[in-house]
Design a protein around this ligand. Sequence first.
Ligand SMILES: Nc1ncnc2c1ncn2[C@@H]1O[C@H](COP(=O)(O)OP(=O)(O)OP(=O)(O)O)[C@@H](O)[C@H]1O
Ligand SMILES: [Mg+2]
Length: 248
Amino acid sequence: MRLLETNSLTAGYGDSRAISSISLAIDPGEVLAIVGANGAGKSTLLRVIAGAHQPTAGRVEFRGQDVSKLRDFQRNRLGISLVPEGRRLFASMTVGENLAVGAGSGRKGQWNIDAVVEAIPMIKSLLKRNASTLSGGQQQAVAIGRSLMSNPEVLLLDEVSLGLAPIIIDELYRSLAVVQKSGLGIILVEQDLARTVSVADRIVCMLEGHNVLEGTPAQLTHKQITDAYFGHAIASFADGGPADARGD
Ligand SMILES: Nc1ncnc2c1ncn2[C@@H]1O[C@H](COP(=O)(O)OP(=O)(O)OP(=O)(O)O)[C@@H](O)[C@H]1O
Ligand SMILES: [Mg+2]
């Protein structure tokens, strides 16, 4: 049984389809990276997994249980936590209060404020600061910390590094490595291909809502990934399905 699995997940907005028949799975301690150009459907996929957006077809399974009908807060209680694009902290609260909100899932586990500060040292000096005064990188650190406070088994991260300075991104990714070692399954959306290849156990490339390429960093060449990213692989996808585009 996989930790989390999607089966032919399809979703959209009104009449327009954003993701088409996406099937993927992760195990504990694994990092699955989703890459793809703007509008490829990456955020929609994460939101559907988290229960923040309803699919029109397909299923999300968590430890073998179909959670497709559950609301986002119910999935959070089961152990699925989304760090959304744009971070969305509570601006009128302190960092410590934002972290406390994360604990509202009521799940027991290893993550509390001390554990979060140890994994993400950047947060330590910020606990009493108002969230509205934080830099982008600090906000991202707190958003990740807040998710951890819910003691998730699956962490969904949407564009951790967007708009941040490389030195901050390095620091955040060092923290994510610590988090991964604790055994969480992580699905992360990342625009930075080099970084994706360095952290991911497996990579899924999305193009116009489809999974057009999937494999381990060792199986995929840089060219295959960039071709899939920019759409050059769509011809082989249309010919024979995503298996044709695989590097294995
Ligand atoms: N709230 C919305 N209402 C209508 N259409 C939307 C909405 N959110 C996304 N879309 C559309 O759905 C498709 C997928 O968008 P999505 O945000 O999932 O892509 P993405 O891969 O996360 O893109 P980005 O890299 O820009 O974040 C796009 O065509 C987008 O315009
Ligand atoms: Mg997005």
